[in-house]
Design a protein around this ligand. Structure first.
Ligand code: ACO
Length: 311
């Protein structure tokens, strides 16, 4: 009977039907989605920290307003995604517990520091640019609640990318010192942005199954290549240099070829040994503890309302 259900499930996926929370699904599909969606939600929430660092120091009111809006959007994306994960029968407390205990991953990229204002530009341009490349195909993911959440998230990410690029443009066209700052930020964020797409295809444990289930539509390497192809001309327009001596355009394939990624750095970050891993988890733990009274008050309020409704 299980084989028949599995077969029917795969037929629905192949026919591009959306799978909804109450539909039958293989346990592996459910587990994979909980893993990916919660990792994605954690990334959004932890991703508020590197940029939040600059809200109080944004150079103008206009920049501050944009940065505030962007960081708030990320908080919203996290909540949206936790809700999508909850439709798979897992609780928010459980997911947050996994993040705080170090059991659940979040994107490697958010373990790097933001020492200068140009980092805010580089994050918007490169990190959100990479995020869009990875997330637009997720709007067509086979799981309905995740796919629908991604539509709004991608629209907002697109605004984030533009504000970052525009910020980089202002710096690149500014004084020599500002241009130097922009180049320095590009130097530090370029390789970590390429790592965001995950291990190369031959090392990617989940890719084959996730593509068969149409959770993933393109492989990690395919998306990384698309990102490089889209971003190199943008760097040229800014008058900045991509920090890769091996980067070159191959006219035959129509793609840029790039140097080897330092996977040791990536693996160390995944093990918790990146420059900011401890600081990030510490900040999330503190936020969770500081928010305990709000959660308690909300539960007490809900209980009172329920009691009143029963009278
Ligand atoms: N940072 C941290 N962990 C990563 C990263 C990364 N950049 N890339 C891959 N991994 C982890 C995977 O989660 C997996 O770990 P696990 O098996 O312990 O759970 C392992 O490395 C192997 O990778 P893959 O087999 O390639 O895993 P998967 O098929 O899930 O692909 C990917 C990874 C591309 C990140 C996928 O999960 C995805 O598309 N996620 C949704 C997007 C997302 O989370 N974006 C977050 C950053 S964007 C933002 O927040 C602005």
């Amino acid at each position: 009977q299980d084989a028949a259900l599995q077969g029917r499930f795969q037929e629905r996926v192949d026919a591009e039907e959306k799978i909804e929370p109450r539909d039958w699904m293989p346990e592996g599909y459910r587990r994979t989605l909980v893993r990916q969606i919660s990792q994605h939600a954690h990334s959004e929430i932890v991703g508020m920290l590197p940029e939040g660092n600059w809200i109080t120091r944004a150079p103008t009111l206009r920049r501050k307003v944009a940065l505030l809006a962007k960081v708030q959007d990320e908080g919203g994306h996290g909540l949206y995604l936790y809700s999508a994960a909850e439709t798979l029968g897992v609780s928010r407390d459980e997911l947050v517990g996994q993040l705080l205990s170090g059991k659940a991953k979040y994107s490697s990229i958010f373990n790097y520091p933001t020492p200068t204002w140009a980092d805010i530009g580089a994050i918007g341009w490169l990190v959100d640019g990479a995020a869009i490349m990875n997330q637009v195909p997720l709007c067509r993911c086979s799981y309905g609640p995740y796919a629908r959440a991604m539509v709004r998230i991608c629209r907002e990410e697109s605004f984030h990318q533009r504000q970052g690029y525009e910020l980089m443009l202002a710096l690149a066209q500014g004084t020599a010192e500002q241009k130097r700052m922009a180049q320095d930020a590009l130097n530090r964020w370029w390789w970590p942005s390429l790592m965001m797409f995950g291990p190369s295809d031959d090392q990617s444990a989940h890719s084959a199954q996730n593509m068969a289930w149409k959770i993933k539509r393109f492989s990690n390497d395919e998306l990384r290549q698309r990102f490089v192809d889209a971003t190199v001309p943008q760097a040229e327009f800014l008058g900045l240099t991509i920090p890769d001596p091996e980067l070159r355009f191959n006219a035959e394939t129509g793609h840029y070829e790039f140097g080897a990624i330092d996977w040791t750095e990536f693996n160390e970050i995944l093990k918790g040994n990146g420059p900011c891993n401890r600081e990030r988890i510490e900040a999330r733990r503190k936020a969770w503890d500081d928010g305990a009274w709000v959660r308690e008050a909300a539960v007490a309020h809900a209980a009172k309302r329920k009691q009143r409704a029963l009278k």
